[in-house]
Design a protein around this ligand. Structure first.
Ligand code: DOR
Length: 431
């Protein structure tokens, strides 16, 4: 008798409309089509099954920023939003600039995260880039061309130098491209003008020109269509630049202050017209508390939370026919996995068995659904489709507000050299 698979997702609706049974064993897809005998079967009738997302850009905080977010709450938000892999940004306090700090960060995530994860290396002139690459950094950056929260700008000479070092070791440089033209402003419009759209375009061009020819460049959170067209590398756009403009808010509302800033509504709509040129949608989940966000515009920290709402907002757009489900899967799951060099989630035999199952109806976002410690969202009341179940590595890890035991995995970058004597987590034994 054929041996049983671990799990079958029965009668799931695939993005192309087919209804199929997804057989999973050992954390990977065995077969999609007719069911195999299984230890466990989950009825997925009337549920849309999408490969779970890889969010390339999250700030999980912790340490001295524990009051804003930690690995537990941030990763719960991710899972409940259909994201099973997150890439953490290194602008922690202190920033991650040594292999020891990187290892400590990976250790924290291994202890507390309920989703799989990778950690980026911080980029400052004296950061130990080569050593962090060997210690398992997924990528480098954000590389800041302008100052932002907890990140200092590099001078043009330092920028050229770090890009050359990252190129030499074959790393991926992830770029925060902006220019700051004036002092902090008192309004959202002023904040947008102080970090203007054409400054973003110039910064993108300057980085593209400064990097060695065959560099692997990834441009984070581009906020304008022109910057997307100018980028000499892969392009990432955030949900907040797609869904929000400063014109939608009171001009002194610092909750939606973010870098790069929200733009005019016309520019926001132009981003949607560039949909096909966008490689990756990532949340830039940057939680700050409501108390911090209630400060005046000059003092409030920039950043918007979004890891839990990213895919749900996009799926709602697919349901009204604005974009295809296939393109959402490509931009939130397949392409980020390919850029990062991690196995893709999908419907072919051998694919990573990470899936999220979505109902057929939209609902309005309410704060009591959200797990981020920061406890606010600019998307409250907006139409979204949250997953009712999430599967990670072939295990049911979330069902309608309940979390189950999970085996999150750490994904190191390509430069990783496993030390003989250090164990980050029992789960790294396979590496
Ligand atoms: O608005 C932002 N917030 N932009 C960044 O680049 C950093 C982020 C944060 O960490 O809060």
């Amino acid at each position: 008798m054929a041996s049983k698979v671990d799990l079958v997702l029965k009668n799931a609706k695939l993005p192309d409309g087919r209804i199929a049974d997804i057989s999973i064993t050992g954390g990977v897809v065995r077969h999609v089509g007719a069911p195999c005998p299984a230890v466990e079967t989950i009825d997925c009738q009337q549920l849309l099954c999408l490969p779970a997302a890889v969010d390339m850009h999250v700030h999980m905080r912790g340490g001295r920023q524990l009051h804003k977010e930690d690995w537990k709450t941030g990763s719960m938000s991710a899972i409940a939003g259909g994201v099973t892999v997150v890439v953490d940004q290194p602008n922690t306090i202190p920033p991650i600039t040594t292999p020891e700090l990187l290892q400590a960060r990976i250790g924290e995530a291994a202890r507390d995260s309920v989703c799989s994860f990778a950690v980026n290396a911080g980029v400052t002139p004296d950061a130990m880039l080569e050593e962090m690459w060997q210690a398992g950094a997924m990528a480098f950056g954000e590389v800041f061309t302008a100052p932002s929260s907890y990140g200092s700008a590099l001078t043009p000479a330092d920028l050229e130098n770090v890009l050359a070092r990252i190129h030499r070791i074959g790393g991926l440089a992830t770029i925060h491209a902006e220019e700051v033209e004036s002092e902090e402003s008192a309004t959202l419009q002023g904040h947008c003008n102080a970090r203007p759209p054409d400054g973003e375009v110039r910064a993108v061009k300057a980085v593209t020109a400064a990097a060695p020819q065959t560099s692997r460049l990834h441009f984070c959170h581009l906020s304008t269509a022109e910057a997307i067209r100018a980028a000499g590398g892969t392009v990432e756009v955030t949900p907040h630049h797609l869904f929000l403009s400063w014109e939608q808010f009171d001009d002194t509302d610092a909750s939606v202050k973010v870098n790069p800033p929200l733009r005019r509504d016309a520019e926001r709509r132009d981003l949607w017209l560039c949909w096909d040129r966008i490689d990756v949608i990532a949340s830039d989940h940057a939680p700050h508390t409501l108390t911090e966000k209630s400060l005046c515009m000059r003092e409030a920290p920039p950043g918007i939370p979004g890891v839990q709402t990213m895919v749900p907002l996009l799926v709602a757009q697919a349901y009204v026919g604005r974009v295809s489900l296939a393109s959402i899967v490509e931009k939130t799951s397949t392409t980020p996995a390919s850029i990062l060099g991690i196995p893709r989630a999908g419907f072919e035999a051998g694919d990573r068995a990470d899936f999220a199952l979505y109902p057929e109806r939209t609902s309005d976002i309410s704060l009591d659904q959200l797990y981020s410690k920061c406890d606010w969202s600019p998307y409250e009341g907006r139409s979204a489709v949250f997953p009712v179940m999430v599967i990670m590595r072939g295990d049911l890890v979330y069902r309608e507000g309940e979390f189950f035991e999970a085996s999150p995995r750490w994904f190191p970058g390509d430069g990783y050299i496993p030390p003989q004597s250090i164990y980050y987590t029992a789960d790294t034994a396979h590496l």
